[in-house]
Design a binder for this molecule. Sequence first.
Ligand SMILES: *[C@@H]1O[C@H](CO)[C@@H](O)[C@H](O)[C@H]1NC(C)=O
Ligand SMILES: *[C@@H]1O[C@H](CO)[C@@H](O)[C@H](O)[C@H]1NC(C)=O
Ligand SMILES: *[C@@H]1O[C@H](CO)[C@@H](O)[C@H](O)[C@H]1NC(C)=O
Length: 370
Amino acid sequence: MWWSSSSWRNPAAVAGVLAAAAGVSALPQTGNSNSNNGDACNNSPSLCQKKYNEVTYLGAHNSYALRDDSTDDSLSGNQYFNATVALDAGLRLLQAQTHQGNATLELCHSSCDLLDAGPLEDWLARINVWMDDNPNEVVTVIVANEGDAPAAEFDRALQASGIAQKAYAAASGSPPGEWPTLREMIDDGKRFVLFATKVDFSPDTPAVLPEFDFVFETPFEVMTLGGFNCTVDRPSRLSASASDALRQNYLSLVNHFKYAGFAGIQLPDVDTIETVNSAEVGKEGSLGTHLEQCRREWDAVPNFVLVDFWDEADPLAAVDSMNQVEEAAGRDESAVTTGGGRNAAGRVGAGEKMAFGALVAFFSAAVVLV
Ligand SMILES: *[C@@H]1O[C@H](CO)[C@@H](O)[C@H](O)[C@H]1NC(C)=O
Ligand SMILES: *[C@@H]1O[C@H](CO)[C@@H](O)[C@H](O)[C@H]1NC(C)=O
Ligand SMILES: *[C@@H]1O[C@H](CO)[C@@H](O)[C@H](O)[C@H]1NC(C)=O
């Protein structure tokens, strides 16, 4: 059942649906299996001695925006499973988008009337629970700061969630001369890294890293399988110079999700997801091909990789290949294989056609749901 157009417009109704669904979620609480991986860091002993910027991390694009029972399979959702399930499975990067709520930063997608997954600090608190259970893991969160909130507000969310104690603090507003190794970050207990767009670095809030002073990324509004490339899209001041950026110890981010247009609205393209998320190298539009192209062009492995619907096809295999990890330790995908949020509505079908109607009614102008 899809939200009626009135419930799209009514955040209270939406919040009610979310709250009700949270109470009856079918997702099993997966047993924690990562805490006793011996000497593994981020699922592999071979990664411990690598520097933070020498590792490739698979990330969930709009990781809080779910297309599952909790949102009535919202078309605004980019993922079938939530961030805890993603971390259990082996993802170590979570991307999110915040908008100004009344008193908090809210995890909304394009508009809080469309999809509101609650306050950032509550979501960070749930990630913190996972990190407490998994002490050998380094996790990165990247936030698109749509509400133009100042760094102090992100810092407040870090403190309120309890994750601040684990937060990596930058020494200055640009990449360090040398990033620490994963082992050093784990031993220091500073193994949570937060980047946000549109904030300024301040020594008062050193755990809030301005994304584009530390990270460059490839284009993100890709509409065709042939459209993925390794050109520096943001920050614009680094245009066409990935190698300069890498020399300055910038981290790289590969956006690898494809959109399709329906009635003037761009939505995650589920019809091509098997190809887009494929680890196969040589296939047009696959993650494997894109990562290999960037690695060749940059002469360095890509660091951050964002995909939609990470449980589809085998994006972790593509990332393992970059990291030269052959046998990852302690990944738990039981919540995925036993089926949680995913259902047939994840495919474009009759239900979606109705939902498109609701989306078209919601927006007065064409919009890209990125
Ligand atoms: C994901 O869902 C499970 C089950 O409802 C819940 O325990 C967990 O806190 C959720 N994680 C996040 C990050 O929302
Ligand atoms: C802000 O408060 C109003 C009135 O209490 C509420 O309806 C709305 O959902 C809130 N918005 C957000 C983004 O929290
Ligand atoms: C990469 O893609 C972007 C966006 O489509 C495009 O503007 C740019 O020209 C492409 N770069 C190359 C080298 O083709």
